[in-house]
Design a protein around this ligand. Sequence first.
Ligand SMILES: C[S@@+](CC[C@H](N)C(=O)[O-])C[C@H]1O[C@@H](n2cnc3c(N)ncnc32)[C@H](O)[C@@H]1O
Length: 196
Amino acid sequence: MTDLSPSPIPALRGPVPLAHLFLHSLLRDGDRAVDATCGNGHDTLLLARLVGPRGHVWGFDIQQQAVDETGRRLAEAELAGRVTLLPVGHEELAEHVAEPLQLVLFNLGYRPGGDRSIITRPETTGSALEQSLQLLAAGGIVLVTVYPGHSGGADEQLAVEGWSARLDPRAFHCWRMGQTNVTPDAPYLLLVQRGR
Ligand SMILES: C[S@@+](CC[C@H](N)C(=O)[O-])C[C@H]1O[C@@H](n2cnc3c(N)ncnc32)[C@H](O)[C@@H]1O
């Protein structure tokens, strides 16, 4: 018998579960999505589940270890066939993905449990964000988890926020979602939607 009981409301402890809540409500079977920063593969796995058997996900990371870990996670869930994993920087996004995209996900900073000196950088992040906008379907969304707190994080925050603030409000809907009862340098979520 199909279980119709509602799934439990997730604990919104920080921007990542909030981003996942958006992914659940936005993505449909057959959609195309990008994980611009695979890291340990948790986000890629969720994207692969949500785009369904007719959809596709492209996953980028500059660390081979991150790509391997993501591939292992996908294989374990028998979802590797829905994902193209690329051991290259997201600044090469447009060369590898097929448009239009419904969603592009960025989880900035360093890989948890990995080398903390390997971080996303303002120039490459900026280039990938700009390319993402060009590839988005009407109504498509870019989600960015921003981490101002680590070394180099504040510069990246300035670049990413400046970029979103300069987008034409007639063409893009830009949101910043942060918790009020945490330190000012706590991570938060940016959302940019291409208008219809
Ligand atoms: C916070 S982690 C991502 C966490 C991941 N989404 C997860 O679910 O575990 C950030 C990742 O961005 C990667 N990264 C840094 N610069 C990059 C670039 N130019 N292109 C793609 N990935 C990059 C790092 O190697 C790191 O694995």
